[in-house]
Design a protein around this ligand. Structure first.
Ligand SMILES: [Fe+2]
Length: 307
């Protein structure tokens, strides 16, 4: 008889189900000017435009239909949010807070990923991949070696990793001027199904002060079942420290996203070509991702029950 290792779990592959009754990032505020912006969100073709009152309307204009359908939309702190599901439920769903996008120095970007959203979420909840995929920029060996703490508090998933006296990766040396060793905290707050914030603190090793604080933000919005809009941004607390060095502006995050995009699209190709593949095997480091999947599955199940 086989004895199961406690930290291994076989499970089915990544889902391509879309939670409809959720607020998703539809655009960065700066993307929508006086013109309209067409974007497919959660499988629905939408057109975003601002009204004279500055309140944006999101419309679905099926070519065969007469009247356009409108969806609830909110612009807040640099983000335009849309609710693609039942409009009557929108008021009962909370939009996550993200004030530093407008209050701190920030840079934002967008990338379309030809992969299902759940693969991106797996990736972001397991930052140990930084050690391998992003070794040239933000990854060091210690990221993969340091255990994580996973905790669900209400509807938010927290995945924390605190590293003490570790090497300073190349991108951080450029942005902070710290040669290392450093204390480096990664504290993830994932708001299923589609908003993710990495609260990052970097300080010289042993410095118990405020440190340098960054918020790495990802809006993960299904375009279709197997393609995803990735809205990414970084916000940095300057706190009297002057401006952000030119070398650290946006380029690091856009390169990181590009490295993830290539890996995820390859993975999607493999998964899509092997629909009957063997169940996945997960290890301890996947605990964050597995709990994230479970929370999204709960949201999907809730819609099935209440539909
Ligand atoms: Fe990554």
């Amino acid at each position: 008889m086989l004895k199961a290792a406690p930290h291994f779990a076989a499970q089915s592959g990544p889902s391509d189900a879309i939670v409809m009754n959720a607020w998703y990032v539809a655009a960065w505020s700066g993307e929508l000017g006086t013109d309209v912006l067409a974007r497919r969100i959660a499988g629905r073709a939408m057109v975003l435009r601002r009204t004279k009152q500055g309140v944006e309307i999101v419309e679905d204009r099926p070519p065969q239909a007469g009247a356009a359908e409108t969806y609830p939309a909110v612009e807040r702190d640099g983000i335009i949010w849309v609710f693609p599901g039942d409009p009557a439920r929108a008021a009962g769903v909370t939009i996550p807070e993200h004030p530093w996008i407008t209050q701190w120095w920030s840079a934002v970007g967008y990338e379309r990923i030809a992969a299902r959203a759940s693969l991106l979420i797996d990736n972001l909840l397991d930052l140990s991949h930084e050690s391998y995929l992003h070794a040239r920029g933000i990854g060091t060996a210690e990221v993969a070696e340091t255990p994580i703490e996973v905790e669900r508090r209400d509807d938010v998933l927290h995945v924390n990793r605190r590293m003490y006296g570790v090497a300073c990766p190349p991108a951080f040396q450029a942005s902070t001027g710290l040669p290392g060793p450093i204390d480096r905290f990664q504290e993830i707050a994932f708001h299923p199904p589609g908003f993710y914030v990495l609260h990052a603190r970097v300080a010289a090793a042993g410095d118990t002060g405020h440190g340098l604080l960054n918020k790495v933000v990802y809006g993960i919005t299904p375009e279709t079942a197997r393609t995803t809009h990735l809205f990414y941004g970084i916000a940095r607390e300057l706190d009297g420290r002057g401006d952000v060095p030119e070398a650290a502006r946006k380029s690091t995050q856009s390169r990181t996203v590009g490295e993830d995009k290539r890996a995820l699209e390859l993975l999607e190709t493999v998964i899509a070509s092997e629909p009957d593949a063997a169940p996945e095997v997960s290890i301890g480091i996947d605990r964050g991702g597995l709990l994230g999947r479970r929370m999204i599955a709960e949201l999907v199940a809730r819609e099935t029950v209440t539909a």
